[in-house]
Design a protein around this ligand. Structure first.
Ligand code: HPA
Length: 268
């Protein structure tokens, strides 16, 4: 708790600013930043106790500023379990953003499409998730001042935000679905048998992020909105070798739509 407070105090000392929305940008999905009026950019390395990002396709920066006229704090680059961080480290920034004052959390990620109606570069608004990582960010002593020991998960993604997202998406020239996201530890992609298993247990998409952050946000009662960009297809007829270049290309194709969706989500 002390570390969370120190990190938040450092950021507040850089800029007196109270963001309303926290946004975490996934792999290859940094385009939103171009629309932002950035008031302050802080390297993760400079923030006390912040983990340091190791993946090349991620920039490790916290951006404070306005998007669509609304005060936001944006994580450009996130931390993943597969990089070797504990889930407490992965979710540390979410705790810090809560202390900065955010009232809601938006998250994006790249994911494999398990639902056979999904195509490359489609978007999926998450309406639920299945946690298949072998850990949970809430184990250990509970931060009683931030949330309860046994947080409710009956509405991991805000129904109200999902409805708003679908309404915005219906006016966009892009396929947008809603579905269930399964999170795996990574870093390898899945075998065909694993994709089949994920589909049988009810997942529409699979990825390696988002769920830890959402668990921690829900612990603190923050409404969450999350979107996957489908970067590869994982149902039997469509499975092919996955290359990171292809994932990044699909993310780049969907990025303008994701940007439009996220930015319009801030209209009240
Ligand atoms: N599996 C897991 N994570 C992913 C995938 C996938 O197929 N695509 C993008 N992230």
């Amino acid at each position: 708790m002390e570390k969370i407070r120190e990190a938040a105090a450092y950021i507040k000392a850089q800029l007196d600013f109270k963001p309303e929305t926290g946004i975490i940008l996934g792999t290859g999905l940094g385009g939103l930043v171009k629309l932002m009026e950035v008031e302050k950019e802080i390297d993760y390395d400079d923030i006390p106790h912040f983990p340091v990002s190791t993946v090349e396709s991620h920039h490790g920066k916290l951006l404070l500023g306005k998007l669509n006229g609304k005060k936001v704090v944006v994580m450009q680059g996130r931390f993943h379990y597969y990089e070797g961080y504990s889930l407490k480290q992965v979710t540390f920034p979410v705790r810090v953003m809560k202390l900065l004052g955010i009232k809601q959390l938006f998250v994006s990620n790249a994911a494999g499409g398990l639902n056979p109606t999904y195509g490359i570069a489609d978007l999926m608004i998450l309406n639920d998730h299945v946690n298949l990582q072998p850990a949970n960010p809430l184990t250990g002593a509970n931060y009683d001042e931030l949330g309860p020991r046994f947080p409710d998960m009956s509405q991991p993604y805000s129904r109200q935000l999902i409805e708003k997202g679908l309404e915005i998406a219906s006016k966009m020239d892009c396929n947008v679905h809603q579905g269930v996201y399964a999170v795996v530890p990574g870093p390898n992609l899945e075998t065909p048998a694993e994709y089949k298993y994920l589909s049988i247990i009810g997942a529409d998409a699979v990825g390696m992020s988002t769920v830890p952050e959402v668990i921690v946000a829900r612990h603190m009662d923050l409404p969450c909105f999350a979107v996957s960009v489908i970067t590869d297809l994982c149902y039997p007829e469509a499975i092919e070798e996955v290359k990171i270049e292809k994932i990044l290309a699909a993310a780049a194709k969907a990025e303008p739509f994701l940007t439009e969706l996220m930015s319009n989500m801030l209209d009240s």
